[in-house]
Design a protein around this ligand. Structure first.
Ligand code: B12
Ligand code: SF4
Length: 512
């Protein structure tokens, strides 16, 4: 029984597919992963893909996708259907939130968690049974879409297999040819020489922000809740991961809210991490969980930075539009605390929200100016992903402003004066930015102001931002020049301009 799992993402970090691949292998199925990175148009690549798939001759093909890969998944599925005759099954967040988008192309889509489904699908195909009774699958039944019941949520995350950084039996469409994926190829084709080791060991987040898929999962699964692997299981995975022949400058914990774990689990984790790993790491946390208690314990274990959502400096927007019950004071306190412990905050800000007034935007600039520099920040363009409560609200209240998440790049913000001021707030002297924003409040249409902000923006981007970056790297290196030079080696990589938003970004930001 051969299963082909396909990633169309522009990176090798696709944790879901690697996990499903390991589960299938553990159950005795012959699973291969194929990284295509988009969908190629050239005949050399298409011929190589055709040849590889013909040789492997899969009994079914699974494609994992978020909204960004929808177009590629559609074209790849049409290609498969033209040349082969096996079931094609889509899974991941895109088909989970909108199975109806996938079903004109895929034979089935998997909704929600797929660990049990992939094994059931493989067994059913092996035994010549139909797939229509398999939980989590949706399929077309005439003109209707039939959605099967969902398996219960996975509770024991310790039962999941170890997810390697580069899985066995992985293949890569590289320069028009499908080749076996090696660690060396991953290193050469990843941003920062693949030195960011990404892992995730929990599911869910206690918050339910209206722009985030978590809110959707709370509706999909009536008892949706936060789940995590045990500290022992997490550490065992990392210890194996760092033995793989790839550099590790930093471990990035992609858990949506790292500190949402129980106190005992955090204590154990910090202890084991320090003993057995002791490599710099970064995490995500909502401001309300950034407490002195947590930071004190984490501080000497290697924690270097925390990604924190501000989203908007307007409390009204945070509470009423995003349903984030976190005051500006709370946010600023948490950032101050992060700085107090010598850590680097990485602030997420949502831009281009049509519900925000000029005053709301200026409030965001104000808050960003209050954060002591240096800090990282991401300006994200509000994207109305399918399934999120905010999209439903916009559909009712302002349908004309809906954007298409299949096309939109979340990292490309509008080149407006307020967005430039938000960017400047993170890298330019606050006093100057606040004067400019005061001017903007008085006369938002001023052409001279627009020119001045534009000039400052480009000047800061070219001449100031690189120094801010070096300053951050110095702090990240715990003020050791030797360590900093070591990190700098990884950072000599022009894709970094996209990664850290130095420049206007493109779809390639998915390489992060
Ligand atoms: C880790 C993560 C990343 C990582 C790795 C991404 C990856 N695909 O592995 C990185 C940092 C690279 C990343 C980047 C981005 N991300 Co991200 N990311 C996440 C996060 C926090 C967790 C995903 C994860 O690995 N979960 C653990 C795995 C095991 O679960 P899973 O992915 O849900 O997969 C399960 C099922 O879906 C199913 N399944 C999945 N694939 C398949 C395939 C088959 C065949 C089957 C049967 C089943 C199946 O089984 C799996 C196991 O149960 C999610 C939030 C979330 N809660 O999902 C956001 C999320 C996926 N990201 C999001 C976004 C927007 C992005 C970016 C565009 C943003 C940016 N900052 O640039 C980029 C681009 C991503 C890309 N497509 O290339 C959005 C996507 C929204 C959407 N509708 O598309 C999410 C949902 C966050 C949100 N805003 O709500 N991200
Ligand atoms: S805190 Fe972050 S992960 Fe949690 S619901 Fe809000 S946006 Fe999503």
């Amino acid at each position: 029984m051969n299963v082909l799992l396909v990633s169309l993402q522009k990176n090798f970090s696709i944790i879901s597919l690697k996990l499903l691949h390991e589960i299938l292998r553990r159950e005795g199925f012959n699973s291969n992963i194929l990284y295509i990175q988009g969908f190629p148009e050239d005949s050399k690549s298409l011929d190589s893909l055709k040849g590889y798939i013909k040789d492997f001759s899969p009994n079914w093909v699974g494609i994992s996708l978020t909204s960004s890969e929808y177009k590629y998944a559609k074209n790849f599925t049409l290609f498969l259907k033209k040349h082969f005759d096996f079931p094609v099954i889509w899974g991941g967040v895109e088909p989970t939130v909108t199975p109806e988008h996938g079903l004109p192309y895929a034979d089935y889509v998997c909704i929600g968690e797929g660990e049990k489904a992939v094994v059931d699908i493989s067994n059913a195909i092996k035994n010549g049974e139909r797939l229509e009774t398999i939980n989590n699958l949706a399929y077309k039944d005439g003109d209707n879409i039939h959605i099967n019941p969902l398996n219960p949520l996975l509770e024991s995350m310790d039962d999941l297999p170890y997810i390697p950084r580069v899985a066995k039996n992985s293949f890569f469409l590289h320069k028009g040819k499908v080749v076996e994926l090696t660690h060396e190829l991953v290193r050469k084709n990843s941003v920062l020489h693949a030195s960011i080791y990404r892992i995730i060991n929990s599911r869910g987040c206690p918050m339910r922000c209206t722009f985030c898929v978590n809110s959707f999962y709370y509706d999909l699964y009536p008892k949706y809740h936060f789940r995590t692997a045990s500290p022992e299981h997490i550490i065992e995975g990392i210890v194996r991961g760092i033995q793989e022949p790839l550099p590790v400058a930093v471990i990035s914990f992609l858990d949506e809210n790292f500190f949402a774990r129980k106190k005992e689990d955090l204590d154990k984790f910090f202890k084991l991490y320090k003993e057995k790993v002791n490599i710099p790491y970064i995490i995500y946390s909502s401001p309300n969980l950034i407490t002195d208690e947590n930071l004190e314990k984490a501080m000497d274990t290697g924690l270097r930075g925390i990604q924190i959502g501000l989203q908007s400096g307007s409390e009204k927007v945070c509470k009423e539009i995003y349903k984030r019950p976190i005051s500006v004071k709370k946010f600023l306190d948490s950032v101050e605390r992060v700085k107090k412990y010598g850590l680097i905050p990485n602030i997420d800000v949502i831009c281009d929200n049509p519900y925000e007034t000029i005053e709301d935007d200026l409030a965001t600039i104000d808050v960003l100016c209050k954060i002591p520099k240096p800090y990282f920040f991401y300006l994200l363009s509000l994207t109305f992903f399918e399934g999120i409560p905010l999209r439903k609200r916009v559909e009712k209240e302002k349908p004309e402003i809906l954007n298409d998440p299949h096309e939109k790049d979340i990292l490309i913000t509008k080149p407006s004066v307020v967005n430039k001021l938000k960017h400047l707030a993170g890298i330019f002297p606050s006093r100057i930015v606040l004067s400019l924003s005061k001017w903007y409040r008085k006369n938002p249409e001023s052409k001279i102001l627009k020119l001045l902000v534009g000039t400052c923006f480009w000047f800061a981007l070219i001449f100031v931002q690189p120094f801010i970056f070096l300053w951050i790297l110095f702090l990240f290196s715990k003020k050791s020049i030797k360590q900093m030079l070591k990190y700098l080696y990884y950072f000599i990589d022009f894709r970094i301009f996209k990664t850290f938003n130095f420049w206007r970004t493109s779809k390639d930001t998915a390489q992060t």
